[in-house]
Structure formats: C-alpha cells, structure tokens
Design a binder for this molecule. Structure first.
Ligand code: MGD
Ligand code: MGD
Ligand code: MO
Length: 768
C-alpha cells in the first residue's frame, strides 16, 4: 500500500474536520453579535432558494431540492460582510490620518473594514482625499473624459459579481463606445478553461449538472479546495461517500475539506461529531506536476486495457466512444507507452505505486467526474493540464454521459454568466450581427485586451482610462509594484464598488468611486422592485431578489451606474433606451434573449425555476463544438506545467487562499484549516527543505523573484512555517504574494497568470 490514506490527525496542525462546530465558530468570531441579528439571519435563510438571494460568494450551483439552510460558512461570511453596519462615509476622509497616500499603508482587511461606501466620490489631488460629488456631476465628467480619449485606450473591466442584466448593458456600453476591451476576473482565473476546454471539447464551461453529481461513482480532484472555496460542494461529496463512492485528490497541500467533513446541517452529525472521510487517496503532487501525474494514471489505464484484451476480457478503454467521437488517440497512447516511470515519478513527485492505486479507482468506477480549480489553471502550461484531465476522462468515455464529466469549479458568483452575455474581449465570441440589428450601430470587430494585455498597455502608457465594474484589479494582478505607478498615470479611473480597497488608492488624473447596491439590497426603479439573474458553474440561471434596506440612500444599482455612464459617454441613439431599461430589468432580459435565443429561451418566465434553468451544453450530449467536431486527445510537449526549469535554490511558490478571505477581501487572520492563526505573512515549507537551506522554522525570511527577466521583485517579513509539502514546493498567501508574480508568466494559450508555480528564491530577512 502506498501511503495515500489520510485522516485529519495526519495534518501538520490537526485542526479537526471541515464543517462542524468550527464553521459556526468561524462566523461568530468575525462578526460577533452582528451575525445573530434577526435581519441577518433572515437573509441567510433566503440564500440560494427560489425567489431568494443568490449568494454573493462563489458560483457553486444551487440544488433544486434545497435544505432549510442552503448556505455555508463562507457564504455566511460574505453575506454578513456585505451587510455590515459599518459605513465609510465622506467624514472618513476628513480625518487628518486618512489621506489616500497614508491609506496605502493599511491592510486589505482594514480598508474594507471601514464599511460600506455611502456616497459617490471624486478624488481631489490638492487634498489627497476623495470628496463627495453628485451623481450627475460624476457621470457628466466621466462621460466627457471618456469622449476625450482614443476609443481603443479605454478599458472596461468586470469582476464576476454583477448580474446578467448590468453585465449585458456594460458590454453594450463598451461596444457602442467603440472597442472590445472587456477583460474580466476570469482572465486571472478560469480563462484557461474557457480557451483550453473549448479547444479539446468545444465547450468553454464544465459539462456536468447536479444530476451527474448524484450518479457518479468517483470524483477525481485536481487543485480545487472545496472546504474553503465552495463549501456547499462538501454535501454532494459526503453523499457520494455515503453511497460507497470514491474520491481521489491531487494537491500539494493537504486541504482539510478534502480530508474529512462534519455536516453542519445535520444535527446528529454535529452532536456526535461524526465525520465523513472525504479522500480515499490523497496524492501530494508537486506544484506543476499534474501533467506527469495524469500521464501516469493514463499509462496504467493503457496497461490494464492491454492486459484485459490479452486475457480476452472486456476492454478497459472505451474504444467505441473513441472511434466515434475523438481524434488524436494513437499519438497520445504512444506517449503513454513511451514515457517511463522514472520520468513520471520525478516530475510528479509521486510514487508509481500511489499512481497505480489511484488508477485502480479510476478503472473500477463506471462513472467518473474530474473536478479542478486554480491548481490546474494558473500555470504557464495550464491549458496542457486541462487537456491532460480531458485525456484521462476520454479514455473511458467519461464525458457526455450521466454521472460523468469535466467539472471546473468557477469562482465569483456570476463570473461565468458575465462571459455568456457578452463581457468578452474576443470579438468572435459575440453575435455582432445581432447587436447591429438590435441597436443599429456597427460593433467593433477587432479583439480587445485581456487582463495581461490591458496591464501591459498600462505600463506602456497606451491605456488612458479604466472603468471597473467591481473587483480590486490592482491587488489581483501580477507585478503589482509596476502596475500601481502605471495605474495612477491614467486620465480617468472609475471604480464601481461596495467597499474601499487598494485599487482606489492609486487614483488617475480624474478618479471616481461609484458606490453600488449589494445583491441583497432592495433595488427599486421606476418600474418597481427589480430582480437580477446569475449563472452558476453548471450553467444554471437563477433570479435573485434583494430585500434588505440599502446601506445608504445615495447608492445606485450597478445597472443604473452603467446606464448613467453610457448616457454621458455616448451620442444619443433611439435604439439605446438606457432609461427604459433602467426602469425595468425584464426589458434587458428580453434583449439578452433576443441576442442569445438558444441559451435564454423564455428567460423572464423561467428565472425562478428551483435550482435554476439550464442553458444547455453541447459536450454534455457529445456534440463537440470545436473546429474538428470531435473531442481531442492532446499529447503533452512537456511533463510539467511550469514553463521554466528547476535550478538550485529555486522553489515553486503556490499562492493560496485562506479560509478567511474571498479573494482580496480579507475577513480575518484565521486560516483554521491550515492551523495558521493571527497572521498571513507566512511561507509554508517542507521541514527537510528548511534544514537543507540552512534556515530555521519560525525565522523571518524574504522571497525574491527568480523569473529570469531582470525585474526586481521581493517580499520580506515572512515567517517560515514548517509544513507537510512536497520538497521544492512552498506556499504563501494571495494577494500578498502578487508582488512576486511576473506578468510575463501566464498560460500560453489563454494568458491566465501562472500564480500557482511562481519561481522564487528564499533568503533570511535582514530584519531578523
Ligand atoms: N472562501 C472563499 N471562496 C472562494 C474564493 C475565496 O478567495 N475565498 N475565491 C473564489 C474564486 S474567484 C475562485 S477562482 C475559486 C478558487 O478556488 P480554487 O480553485 O480552490 O483555488 P485556490 O484556493 O487558489 O487553489 C486551489 C488548490 O490548488 C492547489 N494547488 C496549487 N498548485 C497546484 C498544482 O500545481 N497542482 C494541483 N493539483 N493543485 C495545486 C492548492 O493547494 C489549493 O488547494 O474560489 C472562489 N471561492
Ligand atoms: N497570486 C494570485 N493572484 C490571483 C489569484 C490567485 O490565486 N493568486 N486569483 C485570481 C482570481 S481566481 C481572481 S477571480 C481575481 C479576483 O480579482 P477581483 O475580482 O478583481 O477581486 P475581488 O477581490 O474579488 O474584488 C473585491 C472588491 O469587489 C468589490 N465588490 C464586492 N462586492 C461587490 C458588488 O456586489 N458589486 C461591485 N460592483 N463591487 C463589489 C469590493 O469593493 C471589493 O473590495 O484575482 C486573481 N489573482
Ligand atoms: Mo477566480
């Protein structure tokens, strides 16, 4: 037996299972008594149910058969964080200590902790402060400034929060303005999926739906951490285990949610502390080592097929499916046969025996779902990773039949939907003919900028105006130090936000913060209260009705802010009915349906379907919408996803999320599952590596970029923590470590920054 079976007592810090009382304590610790107010509890009860509110945290689907409490620890944190009683009012800026320059010394947590933004604000360079401004004045000046820049030098970024209606109009605004510069947070996230999966199976999104989760016999997890990032996923995982299914995990870090779970929705489990073991096999692959690991699994499948055929038994590989539906099989199989185990073990960091056991689970299971997240996408060869996972699934026909498929787990609650309704920098993805017919203008046909291109454009001085519909772009991008200087040199920066964050602290020559309603808040327009819609990871569309009193009477909805800017920045066009659309979002849903009739048939009538209505997916029915019309086996050109060579003293840094954050929103300093408390300034490292490097556990160290591009990047003041990681792989937190990521290191196909294998050196910090 290889040593791949774990229980939580094997963890370095033994924090106890995911879920359970710990998750309730986690909420109470941050929010204290505020979390128990009747209004807050009422919001939590409405989460993820028909005619309720779709959670603002992650994009995990909502089951049609929902339970009384259809939320998780992190959904509750996100809800309560948005519904805080704290307010960042204009008075905040009157404090002598609160200049924009001074606030750059504040932590992400402290900036957002100032509370909900209450007034539209304009930056005053003379006082180095933001000051209140009227909406009319703000829109007029933003419109005038946008009219003053070259059409292609303005960028319209979106983080994946805003609903489909506001997002559709935002994309329309950019195109009517004259460009396709519509990058989105997915450019730093699952763009590898959008591009890589489209290449191999003709679908930019996952192929499974809820029903498949309930029919699967095994889940294979690659670089996705459900315990922190999509905790409601733990319920179908537990259900799979309860019916005798298997889970195999590939992850350099032992993540508690993939080890064991106590269901906080089950009073019995809570009282008895009865935990469900999640992963049957946990393989601590090296960062970037999945190509070799998956190749090892495929090699075992090929060997088992050879043996079965020689013995006259049923084939292990689904040859009929492969003949009918795929291309590239022979070349891939040749690669499986010729790659030797030494190379596979060296590149994956895993023993042949462990891979054979995992392959045994794959072969024994009739229906397998391959799950993945940032651990596969954020590498220089991230799309090779995605292609490898698809190879594994294709071998046994595990795509496009019940209980099987490919399951990328998306991040922001509407990140996938925003792409669906037009927030896309690639012109060919957009039905421009429909836009022309509906709105009577010639949409731009040239591709716009993705995030990497937009920030390169910033550094080169070509980008002059940035509008951000949500997010904290300056904190989320690589090479942060270079970005901050370039950002502030722009003519115009406009941030549509709910809370103060670091991106606000590098104002352009004209700079506005436009505060918006949160999704839980009542959105009253001329036509009455409005609904917004979102799309989840399974392509299900759900209506969401806000019911809480807005945080301030001066807030506008995201949609109203988009139309306010549009009216000021664009010439009048009778077909662009911004006021009418603002008054009644159902009219915007009509436009979405008219533009994408196949996906959004009967949109207004179907949006409260329990669990959402499904947009459909060709690959789910084995219709492959790529140029080949077939699912592609891809033969990897290299055995790891790194894109750089190992060298003495060079480590692969993973940038991690804690259980106490949502991206750049830091709720608190407790990473309970990893046993890291009170600080985020840490580097996790294998104790043998620590000894070999001549360092000591607890010592203060500095990480230095080893990207070989001549750019100086360093981050000091980090405490070294001995941790059970593969040799050569170290870990630190995102976004703090973003200063170390090179903008030039991104997935080759999609340009997703390679945040999960950052080459760094480690030095004793002189402060020590
Ligand atoms: N609470 C909370 N929820 C969130 C978020 C949040 O920040 N907080 N963010 C949201 C967003 S936008 C997104 S995109 C998702 C992100 O959710 P995930 O996709 O889970 O992203 P990460 O936590 O960044 O990384 C996932 C895992 O990849 C592992 N990993 C790192 N490198 C490798 C590798 O080379 N190979 C393998 N196999 N594994 C590797 C890490 O150890 C980690 O466990 O979550 C969403 N949900
Ligand atoms: N090193 C490293 N870098 C990474 C990653 C990584 O794993 N490692 N992950 C990447 C990933 S997966 C992603 S998705 C990006 C995330 O990048 P972004 O999406 O740009 O960042 P967020 O932290 O999600 O944005 C938080 C801000 O959004 C605003 N906000 C919150 N709710 C709302 C709302 O309802 N409406 C509006 N308009 N604004 C709102 C608040 O002002 C808050 O401060 O970061 C990427 N960067
Ligand atoms: Mo993301």
């Amino acid at each position: 037996m290889a040593d791949t079976e774990l229980s939580h007592t094997d963890l370095p810090h033994s924090p106890g299972p995911a879920g359970g009382w710990g998750s309730l304590k986690g909420i109470a610790e941050i929010f204290g008594e505020a979390s128990a107010t009747p209004a807050a509890l009422d919001t939590l009860r409405k989460l993820n149910k028909p005619k309720g509110v779709m959670c603002v945290s992650c994009a995990w689907p909502k089951p049609a058969n929902y339970s009384a409490f259809e939320f998780c620890e992190n959904g509750a944190k996100a809800t309560l964080w948005e519904q805080t009683a704290d307010r960042c009012t204009p008075e905040f800026w009157q404090d002598h200590a609160h200049s924009v320059t001074a606030l750059r010394g504040w932590s992400d947590h402290d900036l957002e902790k100032t509370g909900r933004l209450t007034h539209p604000l304009r930056f005053n360079a003379a006082t180095d402060r933001y000051e209140p401004v009227s909406w009319d004045e703000a829109f007029a000046d933003i419109g005038a400034k946008l009219r003053g820049v070259e059409r292609e030098s303005a960028v319209f970024y979106a983080s994946g929060h805003a609903g489909l209606e506001a997002s559709y109009l935002y994309a329309l605004l950019a195109r009517a303005f004259g460009n396709n510069n519509l990058p989105q947070s997915s450019n730093m996230c699952h763009e590898t999926t959008s591009v890589g999966l489209t290449k191999v199976i003709g679908s930019p999104v996952g192929t499974v739906v809820w029903d498949d989760l309930e029919k699967a016999d095994a889940f294979f997890f690659f670089g996705q951490n459900p315990g922190s990032n999509s905790p409601r996923f733990l319920h179908p995982l537990k259900a799979l285990k309860d019916r005798g299914g298997k889970i195999v995990t590939f992850n350099p870090v032992i993540e508690q949610g993939l080890v064991s779970f106590v269901d906080p929705q089950s009073p019995r489990a809570m009282l008895t502390g009865k935990e469900t073991k999640i992963s049957d096999h946990y393989l601590q692959v090296k960062a970037g080592g999945d190509v070799a690991a998956i190749l090892g699994l495929c090699k075992c499948v090929v060997e088992a097929d050879d043996a079965a055929q020689a013995a006259g038994k049923d084939a292990v590989i689904d040859h009929a499916f492969i003949a009918q539906h795929t291309k590239g099989f022979d070349a891939f199989i040749a690669c499986c046969r010729t790659t030797n185990w030494d190379a596979i073990e060296r590149e994956s960091g895993l023993a042949q025996e462990a891979l054979r056991e995992a392959a045994g689970v794959y072969i024994a299971a009739e229906r397998v779902i391959g799950v993945y997240g940032m651990g596969l996408t954020q590498h220089i060869h991230g799309s090779v990773n995605v292609g490898m996972l698809v190879n594994l699934l294709l071998l046994r026909g595990n795509i496009g039949r019940p209980g099987a498929g490919c399951c990328p787990v998306r991040g922001h609650s509407n990140v996938q939907g925003q792409r669906t309704v037009g927030i896309a920098e690639k012109a060919h993805l957009i039905p421009m003919d429909k836009l022309k017919a509906l709105f009577g203008f010639d949409p731009p046909t040239k591709d716009g900028m993705n995030i990497v291109e937009a920030v390169e454009g910033l550094v080169a001085g070509k980008v002059k105006a940035f509008v951000c519909l949500g997010g904290n772009l300056l904190r989320a991008v690589p090479d942060q130090a270079r970005m901050e200087a370039a950002w502030a040199a722009q003519d115009l920066t406009v941030m549509v936000s709910t809370k103060l964050n670091r991106s606000h602290l590098f104002p352009g020559k004209a700079a506005y913060i436009l505060p918006c309603l949160g999704r839980m808040e009542r959105d009253e327009q001329a036509g009455g209260p409005q609904t917004v819609t979102t799309e989840d990871s399974f392509s299900m569309i759900n209506g969401s009705i806000g019911h809480r009193k807005p945080a301030s009477e001066h807030l506008k909805s995201e949609l109203a802010i988009v139309t306010g800017i549009a009216k000021a920045a664009l010439d009048a066009n009778p077909l662009l009915k911004w006021d009418e659309w603002t008054g009644d979002y159902a009219r915007v849903r009509d436009l979405i349906e008219a533009t994408y009739p196949h996906d959004f048939r009967d949109f207004n009538a179907r949006m409260y379907t329990p669990g959402g209505f499904w947009r459909g997916n060709g690959a789910h029915e084995r219709i492959w919408k790529n140029p080949e019309g077939r699912a592609l086996f891809t033969t990897p050109g290299e055995l790891n996803a790194l894109g750089f060579k190992d060298a003495p003293g060079r480590y692969r840094l993973i940038t991690l999320r804690s259980n106490d954050q949502f991206n750049t929103t830091i709720y608190g300093m407790s990473d309970r599952f990893r046993g890291i408390e009170g600080t985020r300034d840490v580097v996790l490292m294998n104790p043998d590596d620590i000894a070999k490097a001549g360092l000591a556990d607890g010592q203060t160290v500095r990480l230095v970029s080893d990207a070989d591009d001549g750019i100086d990047r360093k981050l000091g003041g980090l405490k070294l923590v001995g941790y059970k990681l593969p040799r050569g792989t170290i870990a630190g937190y995102y976004p703090e470590c973003n200063v170390l990521v090179s903008l030039a290191h991104h997935d080759e196909l999609s340009k997703t920054p390679a945040s999960k294998s950052v080459p760094v050196r480690i030095e004793a910090d002189s402060l020590d």
